[in-house]
Design a protein around this ligand. Sequence first.
Ligand code: ADP
Ligand code: MG
Ligand code: ZN
Length: 469
Amino acid sequence: MQDYDIVIGLEVHSELKTNSKVFCSCKNQFGQEPNTNCCPVCVGLPGALPVLNKKAVELVIKAGLTMDCEINDIAVFERKNYFYPDLAKAYQISQLVKPICVGGHIDLENKTVRLNRIHLEEDAGKLVHSTAAIGTLIDYNRGGVPLMELVTEPDISSADEAVEFLTKLRQRLIYAGVAECKMEQGGMRCDVNISVKKRGSLELGERTEMKNLNSFKSVYRAINYEANRQIEVLKNGGKIVQETRKWDDNHNRSISMRKKETSSDYRYFPDPDMLAVEIPREDVEALRKTLPLMPEELKARYISEYGLSEYESEILTRENHLSDYFNKTISFYNNPKEVYNWILTEILSRIESSENISISPENLAKLLKLVENKEVTRTNAKEMLSRIMENGEEIEALIKEYGGGVDETALKALVENIVTSNPKAVEDYKTSDTPEKVFRWFTGQVMKETKGKANASKAEEFIRELLNK
Ligand code: ADP
Ligand code: MG
Ligand code: ZN
C-alpha cells in the first residue's frame, strides 16, 4: 500500500428540503403509501410539462454559498437519456453544461477539497424487490424529488478523508436548511470514484466507480476494499479497467457491473421543455443574508466569545439542533460554561436525538438560575431535571416541592434551634482557626434537616447572624 497513492472523487446526491417536487406540485414526502404522491409530470406521461420549483433552485444556491461556489448567471437544464424502470420517461432532467454552482471548496483538517460543481436534478422512483412470485414493484413517489448533486475534484486521498468530507458536507447542508440528509431514508447517497497510482506520480490511474452508497460506514469500507483490490491487480501486472462496480456491503466486496458509461452515452441535450434560469445577483445576495452561521463559524464564536474549549465547542456544533438548543438556553441564562456542563452531563445522557430534548431551553435556564440564586441545591436541581425529562413533570410544581418548601419564618426558627442545641460548635466557630469549616457544618445541618429544600443563601444569612452575635 505504501508504494501507491489513492485518489478519490465523490459525487454526492442529497434530497432537497422542499415541500413539493422539483417539476410538479406533488408532495416531497418520505414514507407515504406507494404511488400516492404522483402525477402525469412525475411519472413521465407523454405531453406532461415540467414547471420548475423555485425553492429547489434557491436551496442549491444556498448550498453553493456555504461552500464558496460561484453561482452561474444562467443555469440550463439538459435531458440525460437512459432507460431504467424507475425512470418512466427514459430521461432524467439534469444539468451538464451550465449547472447552478461551479467551483468552491470544503476545508478539511489537513487539506482543501475542491468542488467541481453542484447541480439540480430530479430523483428517480424506487424499485421494491418483493417475493419471487410477486417480482419487483415500482414506487414512483420519489420520482421528481429535487436532488442536488455535488461533484468534487479528485482531491481526496483516503477513506478517513472521504468520511471527514462527507461529515462536513452533511453538517453544512443541515445547518443551512438545504437538506435533512437522512441517510437511512436515502436522503444522502454517494458515488465513489477511485483510482490508485504509483506514489508521487503525477498521472492519474484508471478509475472505477461505486454508486449509491448510503452510509459513511459503507463508503469507508468500499474505499479500503477497492483501493486494495486495484493495488493487487497492478502489483500482479494487471490493468484497471474503467467500470462501474457494485458495492456489496454484506459481503464487504465490490463486484463488476458494467463498463462505465461516459457522458456521451447519455446523449445529453438541452431540454426543450425547460427555459434557461436567470439568476440575478441581487437574489444571490438576498439568499446569502438568510444563511445562518455554519458549524465552524459557530465553533469559533463559542471559543472566542464564550471561552469554551475546542472540544466543548465541537460537541455543541456537531448537530444543528443541539447548537440551537444551547444558543436559546444562553439567551435566557447567560452562563455558557454552566449551560454546556449541564447539557453534557445531564442532558446528552438522557436523549437519543437532539431533535427533541424534553426540557425547554427556557426551563433549563430557569433551573440554572434557581441553582445560582441558591434557591435549590445543585443535587435537587438535578433531580428536578430528571423528573422533568423522564416523567414529563411540570417545572412549576417541582419548584414548589423543592424550592418553596421552607418559608422564611420556619427557616429562621430551624436555624435558631440548630444553633442553640449545638453550643460546642458555636464555641468552635468563635475560637477555631478555620471558622468557615464550622460555618459550613451548620449550613450542612440546615440542608439536612430540610432535605435540601431551604434557600441556601437565606439559611447562610441567618446562621451568620446568630453565630456572630
Ligand atoms: P463522470 O461524469 O463520467 O462520472 P467526471 O469527470 O465528472 O466523470 O468525474 C466524476 C468524479 O470522478 C469526480 O468526482 C472526479 O473528481 C472523479 N475522478 C475523475 N478522474 C478520477 C481518477 N482518475 N481517479 C479518481 N477519481 C477521479
Ligand atoms: Mg459519475
Ligand atoms: Zn408529480
